[in-house]
Design a protein around this ligand. Sequence first.
Ligand SMILES: [Zn+2]
Ligand SMILES: [Zn+2]
Length: 295
Amino acid sequence: MPFPIDRSSTRARGPLAVLLLGFCASLLVPGAALADRANPDTTFIETQRASVLDHLDGILASVMTPSQALESVSLLLLDRRGANAELGSRLSPTSLDGIETQDEVDRIFLSAIHAVSHAGVQADTAASPVELALRFGEHLGEIPGMGASPLPFMLLSLAELAVATADSMRRTPDFPETEAAKLALRLIHTATHDQVESSGNIVERARTEQFRHKSVLVRMRCPKDGAPYRTIDMKTKIHGNGDVATIYFLNCTVCGEAVTVDYVGEVASKLNRIADRQKIRGKPRPTPPPRRLDP
Ligand SMILES: [Zn+2]
Ligand SMILES: [Zn+2]
């Protein structure tokens, strides 16, 4: 029986609740094998990762001042636009695979931009005069709302805005150029630091994971009519290999075509394997390879 996604959300529960839900629901999902598993363009992602890391090594070896760091951030943002344009010629930006690929590429650029801003902020820790900080904030204007955008996308948009603001302040005669760069860089660093470095808390990670899934689903469009999907149900299933998956049942809001998307939850899967190992204590069992973490 379908239940609305908001009430079925595990947002307010811990990962153990997700896990229990998984044990019960796994018995109830006969059609789960038909679900679509995201199949991102890994060749494209790995090419981008290698190129960004290569670029980053050079930047980190040479960044001496906040202005240089901001310049490098600006170049990385430009590279990211190029990557998105290239991706657009490989995959539809509203397909599950296209969205997943773009999000992963965004996470790569976000990590790199954080690393550069971190280095730039450390290169000059003296605080900017309050009066300049206030003027910078005024120029920055309204920070755009998040809408359906995932967090990395929003943070990258904020970085674009900070770079543009520094550019325009730099042209203001009585605004010191170095201060404009410092303020922009500090903003970028503050915004990106937590997102990139706070992956330790398991409950937070489970929530972030689920939020991320939903942010992908709302951007998907039906290939027939371009209409968005409505999520009508979600269930949890445990696969034979111990993966705990959340299955989202979607319907096109125009033609009604049903689509299912199967997401493996990293956090819930890890907990499930731990629980499993405790149950069969003593019996050796091959451990699955560790999942790669974001850089
Ligand atoms: Zn940092
Ligand atoms: Zn449709």
